[in-house]
Design a protein around this ligand. Structure first.
Ligand code: ADP
Ligand code: MG
Length: 493
């Protein structure tokens, strides 16, 4: 899947119809290593022609060939073999992921293990797709069958590259769909490595196609393609809205996992030390490049000054460094664009609120897209730094007095992906759980995610659920079958 060019940069090919190929234009685009700002690889620049080729391969594989004949048991076995291979290659994949995305190696190792677990989970689920017998009142047998939707276009972001690929591919394949996956242009490498495992795992050609390209040139034609039956997207709200509109023309099924501005709510009766750690982990994990980042930190007034002070003191000790060093707790942001974006929010924050920690690029690092973990306090919830998704290590701390106000502030955002509540009063915590408008609510924790549990948002954070049994539902149609048991069919004429 990759060869060395004369400059020592790895040149990858993309994966269509079971083969590693160049793009139709023969063009490549560079992939940057964010800790060094240097080009680490080149990947094919796919355009509409490549999209057409990949979709044609996926459609042919869905309609004919080996895949429609592959039993649920065998689909499951293929997914188990992919999982096994991911585990075998985990060290290599984690290193590549860490270098390409900037995330600390220790976090990348968790992601790779989670990706394997996701293939295992849906490997098991392939044989648990059940239909129904419907209790209709006639002398008939009424059935509902579950069938794969068809060709799925899957567009993913750069923050959890291989894991997002797994969340998309595993349930689709378990359901019997075929896929065209487009990784984010910043981080396409681990998905292309994954493509190298498919043939050995027994996946027939065309069932999964992985094309690398930019949003406008490759993502947009993929979403519009008439032979695509379903679009699964994770990314920004802006692109999600455009995708929903583009999908309308041919009435594609759509699931969207978009941004968030998730509240992490701390009551005075929470365990203080765990609260500080939970606030930092909630917002700074993966450099804050997390859709569910706890970027609005709501703190009850009686502990507010002490909380801001303790959180800021600890934030200043977070170890920034090269992502491959095991002691590193925060790596660089993924790209120059993201660096500029986060830097501009740091400057905006200085006008909108008070700065308690960070606020600039990380002076300790001489190169790479590093920014300081940044904490603003006395933030008004209507400020832009409290309303707009920054997707970087920038926290907005907001004081509140009592449950009602906490709830009002927490829900006052167009998003509704996640929320967390910290309290030792279980009744108060549960009242909050019920009233928070978010698809995921943690109590006395923030961020742990499990393949067994549903993931997705309320409001403008999207719709549809990934993971668990919910995840496979999004790739299934329901067919009603009516079998008449009378000698004579019921008729009118
Ligand atoms: P970000 O701005 O943080 O890169 P995006 O939502 O733009 O987040 O990117 C998420 C994914 O969506 C990427 O794979 C990107 O290439 C893709 N994408 C961007 N623009 C479009 C578009 N107009 N149509 C389809 N996909 C797109
Ligand atoms: Mg974009």
């Amino acid at each position: 899947m990759a060869s060395e060019t004369k400059f020592g940069v790895r040149r990858y090919r993309m994966y269509i119809n079971g083969e590693f190929v160049e793009s139709a234009s023969g063009k490549y685009f560079p992939v940057t290593e964010p800790s060094t700002e240097e080009v680490m690889a080149e990947v094919p620049e796919a355009n509409e022609k490549d999209v057409n080729r990949a979709v044609a391969a996926a459609k042919a594989a869905f309609d004919s060939g080996a895949w429609p004949q592959t039993t649920a048991q065998d689909r499951g076995r293929i997914l188990f073999r992919i999982a096994e291979r991911i585990r075998k290659e985990a060290a290599h994949l984690a290193e590549l992921e860490s270098r390409n995305s900037g995330k600390p190696i220790v976090e990348a190792e968790y992601d790779i293990a989670d990706a394997a677990t996701c293939f295992e989970y849906y490997g098991g689920m392939a044989t648990k797709i059940l239909g129904h017998v419907n209790p209709v009142p006639d002398n008939a047998l009424s059935l509902s069958l579950r069938e794969p939707i068809g060709v799925a276009a899957q567009i993913i972001p750069w923050n959890y590259p291989l894991l997002m690929a797994a969340w998309k591919l595993a349930p689709a394949l378990a359901a019997g769909c075929t896929c065209v996956l487009k990784p984010a242009e910043q981080t396409p490498l681990t998905a292309l490595e994954l493509a190298g495992y498919f043939t050995d795992a027994g996946l027939p050609p065309g069932v999964v196609n992985i094309i690398t390209g930019l949003g406008e040139e490759c993502g947009a034609p993929l979403v519009k393609h008439p032979d695509v039956n379903k679009v699964a997207f994770t990314g920004s709200a802006t692109v999600g809205k455009a995708i929903m509109k583009a999908a309308a023309d041919t009435v594609k099924r759509v699931t969207l996992e978009l941004g968030g501005k998730s509240p992490n709510i701390f009551f005075a009766d929470a365990d203080f030390e765990s609260a500080i750690d939970g606030a930092l982990f909630g917002v700074f994990i993966n450099q804050g490049e997390v859709c569910s980042a706890g970027s609005r930190i709501l703190v009850e007034k009686s502990i507010y000054p002490k909380f801001v002070e303790a959180m800021s003191a600890k934030a200043k000790t977070i170890r920034l460094g090269p992502p491959l060093e095991r002691e590193t707790k925060m790596g660089p942001l993924v790209s120059k664009d993201q660096f500029d974006r986060v830097r501009s929010y740091q400057e905006l924050g200085k006008k909108e609120a008070k700065l308690a920690a960070g606020g600039g690029r990380a002076a300790s690092m001489t190169r790479g897209y590093y920014v300081e973990p940044t904490i603003f306090y006395d933030v008004d919830n209507s400020a832009r730094i409290a309303q707009e998704e920054i997707f970087g290590p920038v926290a907005a701390v907001i004081p509140f007095a009592g449950e009602a106000e906490a709830l009002r502030i927490a829900n006052a955002t167009p998003y509704g992906l996640a929320a967390a509540v910290w309290s030792r009063d279980i009744f108060k915590a549960l009242r909050m759980v019920k009233a928070l408008r978010a698809g995921v609510v943690w109590v006395n924790h923030m961020q742990p995610t499990y393949v067994e549990a549903p993931w997705g948002g309320y409001k403008q954070s999207g719709f549809g659920r990934e993971l668990g049994p919910w995840g496979i539902e999004e790739y299934l149609e329901t067919k009603q079958v009516h079998i008449n048991l009378n000698e004579q069919p019921i008729g009118w004429y």
